[in-house]
Design a protein around this ligand. Structure first.
Ligand code: AHG
Ligand code: MN
Ligand code: MN
Length: 365
């Protein structure tokens, strides 16, 4: 297609902004800085072993605040996000999977009204085996007191429900590099044109099909699953002869971004539910920089995102690195999984008093 017929990310953002004549342009500039970070990460990822970027950071001794071994590229990608976004004057602060606490904008730069939260490299356990990875980001408005005073940010400033996100999205470093973005007006996908180094609009107004026959879950955790998840997966596995009356396919990439992208393209459901594996971890994925941005993208694309018990976007965060159960994708499947969590569980018991009871009704998230 000739250059003139596909809009670049910059052109798309300018045209969106024309609908808000009072907008300062800060927001667009911020998204373009995020896009620049993603392009830089895409280049590093593409060089792989040639760029000396594979393997563990610090010889394997380096762990992040969640106790996970940091890959070299986790640390490089985090730096790229910081450098691309700290100087522009749009941000009051940043937070990331790879930093214990909030990052304050250095004093030599102006401070702005937004907060940027990110997972600089999602699925990084896949990086050494040349499988797709991604970056996830979420943009919040800083509390008014922070904007007015220009004070340093605290973790509390970031603890806003996902419904308050101004924008969210991800970059996927796969066979092509893509950026998928929502600013609250649907979900749009941009493919990086390697000749121009520009993201170009290739997927306008993406919609998640409401029904699916494909699910994604790490089945090695099945012994730790709660009853509603077991039931859902068992019914999928039973296929045509089971209660669902149709065969299901299963996929597990272990890069949430890649799974989210597949689901945006052709439907499906992803589950990393709360389980009983480790009582200190209510779920695997992190609320602020994994679940919330993907939830906003899914809901803006007509899909759904839930903890199993409640919509993700309504959850009031309590910690920067808080983990949560996450189910997202095709709307009817996510609603079914929520129904299974809400329904009373039939327990075989001789005592009539306990013949039917709900194990889950009182749980919120
Ligand atoms: P990260 O690399 O940012 O720590 O995230 C990895 C996440 C997510 O991408 C994926 O869905 C999940 O962890 C994989 O979990 P398993 O290790 O259980 O497969
Ligand atoms: Mn991640
Ligand atoms: Mn990560």
């Amino acid at each position: 297609m000739p250059l003139s017929q596909r809009s670049t990310l910059t052109q798309f953002l300018i045209e969106e902004r024309r609908r808000f004549p009072d907008a300062s342009g800060d927001f667009n500039a911020l998204i373009l800085d995020v896009a620049l970070a993603c392009k830089a990460i895409a280049r590093s990822v593409a060089f792989g072993a040639l760029g000396n970027v594979l393997g563990n950071h610090g010889g394997g001794d380096s762990v992040n605040v969640q106790g996970e071994t940091q890959k070299k590229l986790d640390v490089i990608s985090n730096e790229m996000f910081l450098r691309a976004n700290e100087w522009g004057g749009h941000l009051a602060g940043m937070a990331s999977e790879e930093m214990d606490g909030p990052y304050n904008i250095p004093r030599q730069f102006p401070r702005g009204k937004y907060l940027l939260v990110f997972d600089p490299l999602d699925g990084s356990s896949n990086i050494d085996v040349n499988v797709s990875v991604g970056s996830v980001f979420s943009i919040l408005r800083a509390p008014q007191a922070v904007i007015d005073s220009g004070r340093d940010v605290t973790a509390e400033d970031f603890l806003q429900p996902g419904a308050q996100q101004m924008a969210a999205g991800y970059a996927l470093y796969g066979p092509t590099t893509m950026m998928v973005l929502t600013v609250g007006t649907g979900v749009h996908g941009f493919t990086l044109d390697p000749n121009l180094g520009e993201f170009k609009l290739t997927h306008h107004n993406i919609q998640v099909p409401p029904d699916t026959q494909e699910f994604a879950i790490n089945a090695s955790n099945s012994r730790f699953w709660e009853a509603p998840v077991k039931r859902y997966v068992d019914e999928c596995l039973a296929g045509r002869s089971g209660p669902r009356g149709k065969d299901f396919n299963m996929r597990w990439i272990a890069s949430m971004v890649a799974e989210a992208h597949r689901i945006l393209m052709r439907g499906g459901v992803f589950l990393y539910p709360r389980d009983t594996k480790d009582a200190t971890k209510p779920g695997r994925l992190r609320l602020l920089y994994e679940a919330n941005p993907i939830a906003m993208v899914m809901e803006q694309a007509g899909g759904r995102a839930s903890t199993g018990r409640a919509p993700v976007l309504g959850v009031q965060p309590t910690g920067l690195h808080q983990r949560i159960g996450l189910v997202f994708g095709s709307r009817h499947e996510v609603e079914r999984i929520e129904r299974y969590h809400a329904e009373p569980v039939a327990v075989k018991d001789d005592t009539p008093l306990f013949a039917e009871r709900s194990l889950f009704r009182d749980c919120v998230a």
